[in-house]
Design a protein around this ligand. Structure first.
Ligand SMILES: [Fe+2]
Length: 392
């Protein structure tokens, strides 16, 4: 029998190459006085911001613009919000990678919420967000975090006491996710790889999550089909628009899936590591995906207490293999081998390339949660996984 579920989604999703031009017709529905949030310098270099300026000029509106040049920090958001005091804004449009989208989402909230953002961050502050925010449109230019469909904005404070924490409320899911895969054509190779691995790990973790539903499973498998078709292709040739479209589709689906089912231990590690070290989020996911899944599979086999997860691992293997009529165990092993091979083929760096050493392991493990991993990983498991990705 089907289990109960709810599904939280953006109010509207517009998807397809060239669809950015539809912003012109959609804008008025969400607000008349937008604020534009862009990423770093790449927004100008790629011509994305020029396309938006053309649309705004046609509509006869002057739009204030702010930049989020790196993963958004509390200070960054608080400063931008303070500088905007007195501006008449009723809509935030964010165009860029995960940082710009999360930054824009946080600004749309904090222009209503008032006060320092830290107060509202999960596990850091003590105040629950009210859910109030300005209208928000998310336009991704990378295929990775799925922020265009999620209810959280990740805010980072990097350092020995650092954190990577979420500003989260169901109301924070964007009003409009405008996904134009043509905008991702200019995404550089290394960023494409990192974002692709983030998206892949989100789909796998959402699918295996102890909080998944039949509907999120279906969406995750749809995204994984697109990953299987196109992840390697897009990493080899970023000008391949059909492959870029597959990745943009997979990233959107990964956002819907993670927003509804949650994630697993790869993202548990990513929260801890992202607060302590300046490592791109997607690379943490890419480098840890194979050892985390290998350990989860090993534990599931020993414990035998989550048979549906073992069936799902077999399903994942059969998805990525062209072999038929193999046993479940064969497909499970194949999936793990494929993850390790993918990380090698894409030359995903070990954690030590970002300054992580064996002396950091205890601290990282203490800050790492299992989230909705299909089986809990022990502290020893987590330490062994980290060891496997540190070269000294
Ligand atoms: Fe992620």
């Amino acid at each position: 029998m089907l289990s109960s579920f709810t599904l939280k989604l953006p109010r509207q999703i517009v998807f397809g190459p060239g669809k950015l031009s539809e912003l012109e017709n959609t804008l008025g529905r969400f607000g008349a006085r937008p604020l534009l949030v862009l990423g770093g310098r790449s927004a100008a270099a790629t011509g994305h911001s020029a396309k938006l300026e053309k649309i705004f000029a046609k509509l006869g509106i002057l739009v204030p613009t702010v930049h989020i040049g790196s993963e958004p920090s509390p200070e960054m958001i608080d400063t931008i919000v303070a500088d905007l005091a007195g501006e008449e804004i009723d809509l935030v449009i964010a165009l860029g990678g995960g940082s710009a989208l999360d930054g824009g989402k946080a600004i749309s909230v904090m222009l209503k919420e008032k006060g320092e953002i830290t107060r509202f961050l999960e596990g850091v502050g003590s105040t629950t967000p009210s859910g109030r925010r300005l209208s928000f449109i998310a336009i991704p230019t990378t295929s990775g975090t799925g922020s265009e469909a999620t209810s959280n904005a990740v805010i980072s404070s990097i350092g020995s006491q650092g954190f990577k924490s979420s500003l989260r409320h169901d109301n924070f899911i964007p009003d409009l996710a405008l996904v134009d895969p043509a905008l991702t054509l200019s995404c550089p190779e290394q960023l494409t790889v990192a974002c692709g691995m983030d998206c892949f790990s989100q789909l796998v973790e959402g699918y295996l999550s102890t909080n998944s539903s039949s509907l999120t499973d279906a969406l995750a498998l749809e995204g994984l089909k697109a990953i299987h078709r196109s992840l390697r292709l897009v990493c080899a040739d970023g000008s391949n628009l059909p492959a870029r479209s597959d990745l943009a589709y997979a990233a959107l689906l990964s956002g819907i899936v993670l927003c509804n089912s949650g994630l697993g231990a790869v993202h548990g590690f990513a929260s801890a590591l992202g607060g302590l070290f300046a490592i791109p989020h997607g690379l943490v996911c890419g480098t840890l995906m194979a050892p985390v899944n290998a350990t989860s599979l090993k534990n599931l086999r020993i414990k035998g207490d989550n048979l549906p997860a073992l069936t799902k691992y077999a399903q994942l293997g059969s998805f990525f293999s062209d072999q038929q009529n193999k046993t479940d165990a064969w497909y499970q092993d194949y999936f793990i081998e494929e993850l390790a091979k993918l990380a090698d083929d894409l030359a995903i760096a070990p954690l030590s390339a970002f300054g992580v050493s064996t002396t950091d392991i205890e601290n990282i493990v203490a800050k790492t949660g299992n989230k909705y991993n299909p089986t809990p990983l022990t502290r020893e498991d987590l330490a062994t996984i980290l060891h496997s990705r540190i070269r000294e």
